[in-house]
Design a protein around this ligand. Structure first.
Ligand code: SAM
Length: 467
């Protein structure tokens, strides 16, 4: 790697000779691979991970890997049993303080690493709005969230300014800002090739603009978590100083306690932290936490999400009978303020408050889970075709019949190839079977008289030939 001279000079000024030499030395090493298990869907992998790998101290389900394996060739990855995430960025887990009923906005969310972390960490009755303004990247976000299988998430694709319409309504605002990416030099050749001092200045300008546009959405008393993968003070500390000038207050993190891997507290505030790869086992990262001061609410300043009307329990809602065999009873009972809604014969399980977003014309790509399609039949109960998102749900009923696949069959299934298998005896009463690989659900199979058909989303299929 050829490190740009201007970057070297900047880091020398920032860290001094000895520390900056250590940083440059650390950039010669390969990037450190790591992953985070899904707390429910990845449980069956936990014992093996604990036995084989070093746990990451700041997240209860995260591990460093010895080398970067081919995740595309691993069926558990496609099942959403884990997410491949860089270790430093999981410090978000320490900055996030989950409380029941929060509305969390992850404004710059693609490809979805932090959204999946938040979706698993958030407390009961919370809603996560995962937004990505760039359309192509928003579809990647949608896929990540779909694979993760948590119901309390709405995926949107709108510019930051549109979220100002949610005035005083967001409890936790996460801004993982687009940045110069200098913390990613080891991982991302493009970040290295595009880096320049001018890029830092233009990113800093854009970061302020994003913040100005979206801050009205944050509740008084609400938390802002701001992060970048840059070491540049213009994108980090100076933004924090400027946010404090705008009236936000530092909300210190307790991050310096990770023994062998110290996080560096920024000069300007104990609420701001740098992660350097020569000190902490991970890539370069900056994270800060601030709070909007509490103030007496003026008339009309109530959160838009404060709904007075509770929704009926799911068991009393229309369409419940169609899905009750697919989703576990205790899971359905645990969901408060969710609705079963149908649109053009598609059935959705979605957080009731997602209505609020629809009214603000924020562009929603996906709200909660798409459960499937029902086809009305004359004089008979409607036929129900379960969707892929339902197969990915962590609330899936354990009694749904599953078909265990070998590794080769699992890869064939994920490549959307047909399986050469006769259907099980039970196919007339239960034609829909889960394709399962070593405890991970991959999607649906539909059995007919002579064969089993693969129902895997075409756009998610493995396209490359795996040897
Ligand atoms: N949070 C993501 C994760 O953990 O997977 C990574 C986010 S990445 C650092 C920043 C994101 O901001 C990119 O997906 C980028 O497309 C998006 N972005 C770019 N320009 C933006 C803008 N003007 N406003 C909001 N988001 C923007």
């Amino acid at each position: 790697m050829i490190i740009p001279q201007a970057f070297k000079e900047r880091m020398l000024r920032q860290l001094g000779l000895s520390e900056s030499e250590k940083l440059f030395e650390s950039l010669k090493a390969p990037p450190q691979s790591s992953l985070r298990l899904h707390p429910y869907k990845g449980k069956h992998l936990l014992a093996e991970m604990l036995a084989r790998y070093e746990a990451i101290a700041w997240h209860p389900e995260a591990f460093y890997l010895d080398e970067r394996p081919s995740f595309v060739a691993d069926p558990h990855f496609h099942a959403g049993a884990y997410y491949v995430q860089e270790a430093s960025s999981m410090l978000l887990y320490q900055a996030f303080e989950p409380r029941a009923g929060q509305v969390i906005l992850d404004l710059c969310a693609a490809p979805g690493g932090k959204s999946t972390l938040l979706a698993s960490a958030m407390a009961e009755g919370s809603l996560l709005i995962a937004n990505e303004v760039v359309a192509k990247r928003a579809s990647v976000l949608q896929e990540t969230v779909g694979r993760w299988g948590e119901v309390g998430v709405v995926v949107c694709s709108s510019p930051p300014s549109h979220f100002a319409r949610l005035k005083n309504s967001i409890d936790v605002l996460v801004i993982d800002a687009p940045c110069s990416g200098e913390g990613m030099f080891r991982k991302d050749d493009e970040a290295l090739a595009q880096w320049s001092p001018d890029l830092i200045q233009s990113c800093a300008l854009r970061q302020r603009q994003i913040l100005v546009e979206v801050l009205p959405a944050l509740k008084a008393g609400g938390t802002l978590i701001y992060s970048t993968c840059s070491y540049a003070p213009e994108e980090d500390e100076e933004i924090v100083t400027w946010l404090c000038e705008q009236g936000l207050e530092p909300h210190p993190l307790n991050l310096s306690t990770f023994g062998a891997y110290p996080v560096t507290i920024a000069k300007v505030s104990e609420a701001a932290h740098y992660c350097y790869p020569h000190r902490l086992k991970g890539e370069g990262f900056f994270i800060a936490r601030l709070r909007k001061p509490r103030q007496p609410l003026a008339k009309g300043d109530q959160s838009l999400f404060d709904s007075k009307k509770a929704s009926k329990p799911l068991a009393e809602q229309p369409y419940h009978d169609l899905v009750k065999d697919y989703l576990a009873q205790d899971y359905l009972e645990s969901l408060r303020d969710f609705e079963l809604v149908s649109h053009q014969q598609n059935l959705y399980l979605r957080p009731k408050v997602s209505d609020v977003l629809a009214k603000t014309h924020i562009r929603i790509l996906q709200s909660g889970l798409e459960l499937g399609k029902y086809l009305p039949k004359q004089h008979k109960a409607p036929e129900f075709r379960p969707s892929h998102q339902l197969a990915m749900s962590r609330g899936l009923n354990k009694d749904v019949e599953a078909y265990e696949l070998s590794y080769e069959e699992a890869i064939a299934y994920l490549s959307k190839e047909e399986l050469d298998h006769p259907p099980p005896q039970s196919f007339k009463t239960h034609p829909w079977l889960l394709a399962r690989y070593q405890g991970s659900n991959l999607g649906w199979l539909k059995a007919s008289q002579t064969r089993m058909n693969t129902y895997y989303p075409s756009n998610w299929r493995i396209r490359q030939k795996l040897s």
